[in-house]
Design a protein around this ligand. Structure first.
Ligand SMILES: Nc1nc2c(ncn2[C@@H]2O[C@H](COP(=O)(O)OP(=O)(O)OP(=O)(O)O)[C@@H](O)[C@H]2O)c(=O)[nH]1
Ligand SMILES: [Mg+2]
Length: 227
């Protein structure tokens, strides 16, 4: 069972179908069509544990609060730590605890969408479960897919996981404030990412000193109905 905690702390459980994989892409398309009908933009943010997904989402909601109607969907195996971080910004957040599952899927996201009033929303930011590999294989129906890596994972992430980056619209190299300490050549990382997927937009960010954040927010959220 998967546990969903709404912004008011109410908890409900959702059963995942065992044959979800077979229909997953079609279900993702159904989600996308539903979102388009309501003019809601959904962004799927994934990446390894601790790369700074929540920190980057916090930066985004901080910048957009008051101009966009946002809900954040935080995926984690357990706890409401990330949901609590988003709620502190005065932005609605729904925690999805997947237990042992290493990714969210379109069926699960659909059940969350069904509980929202989509006409009251502009943007849904999904923080997928911290994991570089699994979430890439499970489209949710988002308009953009974003992978967050960070310099603390070392210099070889792009080369070692090409299939993950092949699926992405954006790659964010976060924690660039730590690049020299980690002795990671960020420009080499950028080149490796661009070689793996030349169509992917690549950003360099630091949630510590704010580098790259503003450009990222503008690019990721784009123009919605209340822009
Ligand atoms: N120095 C530095 N630290 C960062 C940066 N971004 C995030 N952190 C720190 O990295 C740690 C992990 O950040 P989170 O935002 O929790 O990472 P996450 O990817 O959401 O982690 P999970 O949800 O557990 O997968 C925290 O201690 C952050 O303060 C950054 O740009 N620079
Ligand atoms: Mg997080």
């Amino acid at each position: 069972m998967t546990k969903v905690t709404d912004p008011g702390g109410q908890v409900r459980e959702i059963a995942l179908g065992v044959d979800v994989m077979a229909d997953i892409r079609e279900l993702a398309e159904t989600n996308r069509r539903l979102l388009d009908q309501h003019n809601v933009r959904m962004i799927d943010v994934m990446g390894s544990v601790g790369t700074g997904k929540t920190a980057l989402i916090e930066q985004n909601v901080h910048s957009l609060k008051g101009t966009k109607r946002i809900v954040v969907l935080n995926g984690d195996l357990a706890t409401t730590i990330d949901q609590d971080r988003i709620l502190q910004h005065g932005v609605s957040a729904i925690q999805v605890n997947t237990g042992k599952e290493c990714h969210l899927d379109a069926a699960l996201v659909r059940s969350v969408l069904d509980g929202l009033n989509l006409d009251d929303l502009d943007v849904i930011i999904v923080e997928n479960v911290g994991n570089l590999i699994c979430p890439a294989d499970f489209p949710l129906g988002s308009h953009k897919r974003v992978v967050v890596i960070s310099v603390t994972e070392g210099p070889y992430v792009a080369l070692k996981h090409p299939h993950v980056f092949a699926e992405m619209d954006y790659a964010i190299i976060n924690k660039i404030d730590l690049a020299s300490i980690m002795e990671v050549d960020v420009s080499k990382l950028v080149r490796d990412l661009a070689n793996v997927n030349p169509h992917m937009r690549i950003f360099q960010t630091s949630c510590r000193d704010g580098r790259g954040i503003q450009g990222l927010v503008i690019e990721l959220i784009g123009v919605t109905k209340h822009a």
